[in-house]
Design a protein around this ligand. Structure first.
Ligand code: ZN
Length: 367
């Protein structure tokens, strides 16, 4: 019996010599392995295993999301397990609670503690939450990386040109420069795009994840006219958001949506006709109301967009891009809408609204 144990020990020692440290007991707390399992769009599972001569008592994941923020925010999540000298556990990010867009990057590391008080932290690693249900290809320009999986190279290049032109136009109209790489995902259809989101809204054909510098559009090669508009619209939200990012809250809705509509190009017929009817029937919405969220009623929503576009176009045509840039900077520095308008245009919200109404009635009469 004793001889058998000795023999076994010799065999183990040999194995230990050739394949250390697999067979040896840990002499200190150490993290053996870490990993990430992504299941787009639902979850991101972080795994870890650790060993120690003492029971491992505390395992937590620390992580930072790569997005616009006033300070680098580190979050902490605890993995649950029974304390033991060898532990394999995980923590799962359930996207139904707080979701991440496709292409979002997370830097993470583990902090492990054992019963003796020893603590080990792993080196930070970065994982990108890619929508790997599709085989993405990519094209790049100075400011944009565009990913697509359906359609020709020419289709992707055409869309990349649309992005570049929209960025140039924003620089001209509002002085917005792009200072971080913009990521664009072209899904083949609105249905595919909705499938990429945890809580899709029924109408979603395009979406800007402004804090992340990411835009996603659902369009195929046959949807070029509509899709290019949607792309310009969402890119504008992203670029304007980057320019005006501040702790004082967002822009008035009419200004943000008006700039995005302006980036689209000439307004679609539906918007022109909605605006024309509202002018004729004296049914225009007050500009002050349009500071807030737009109505969810379809007709009112259309009119809100049409009016916002018309007001922004009026301000740009009448006063030029410098005043628009000044307005955006004043709002970014925490000025109220009235005060910012007065400083950049010499009139408050009601006066701007009144002047625009006269101008738009004149345009409609002449058209
Ligand atoms: Zn919009």
């Amino acid at each position: 019996m004793r001889r058998t144990i000795v023999a076994a020990c010799i065999v183990l020692a040999c194995v230990g010599l050739s394949f250390s440290p697999v067979a040896s007991a840990p002499t200190a707390l150490q993290v053996m392995d870490t990993g990430v399992v992504a299941q787009y769009p639902g979850s991101l599972q972080f795994t870890v295993s650790a060993e120690s001569p003492h029971a491992v008592t505390d395992v937590r994941l620390l992580y930072q999301i790569d997005k616009m923020n006033y300070a680098r925010v580190t979050s902490e999540s605890w993995a649950s397990f029974e304390p033991a000298t060898s532990v394999s556990t995980s923590w799962t990010w359930d996207m139904r609670q707080s979701s991440l867009p496709p292409g979002a990057s997370i830097t993470y590391w583990w902090k492990v503690r054992d019963a003796s008080g020893d603590v080990v932290e792993t080196n930070p690693e970065t994982v990108t939450f890619n929508d790997d249900r599709y085989r993405w290809q990519s094209v790049e320009s100075d400011h944009v990386t565009l990913y697509w999986y359906y359609g020709s190279d020419a289709f992707a290049r055409e869309l990349l040109d649309v992005c570049n032109q929209a960025i140039d136009m924003l620089a001209e109209d509002v002085g917005a420069r792009v200072d971080r790489r913009i990521i664009v995902y072209i899904y083949q259809s609105a249905a595919d795009l909705r499938g990429a989101m945890v809580y899709p809204q029924e109408w979603t054909g395009g979406v800007a994840f402004t804090d992340y510098g990411i835009v996603a559009i659902g369009m195929g090669p046959g949807d070029m006219e509509w899709g290019a508009r949607a792309l310009r619209h969402e890119l504008s939200h992203l670029v304007v958001h980057t320019l005006t990012f501040s702790p004082y809250g967002g822009l008035p809705t009419w200004l943000d949506e008006g700039l995005s509509m302006n980036s689209e190009g000439e307004p679609a017929d539906t918007f022109v006709s909605v605006l024309r009817h509202a002018v004729a029937d004296d049914m225009l919405i007050s500009l002050r109301t349009l500071n807030g969220p737009f109505s969810s009623e379809t007709q009112k929503a259309y009119l809100s967009y049409a009016q916002s576009h018309s007001v922004v176009r009026y301000l740009l045509d009448t006063y030029g891009p410098e005043s628009m840039y000044e307005l955006l900077m004043l709002l970014t520095s925490g000025e109220t809408v009235d005060s910012a308008l007065r400083q950049s245009y010499g009139s408050g919200l009601e006066d701007i609204d009144a002047a625009w109404r006269i101008a738009v009635k004149g345009q409609m009469a002449n058209a």
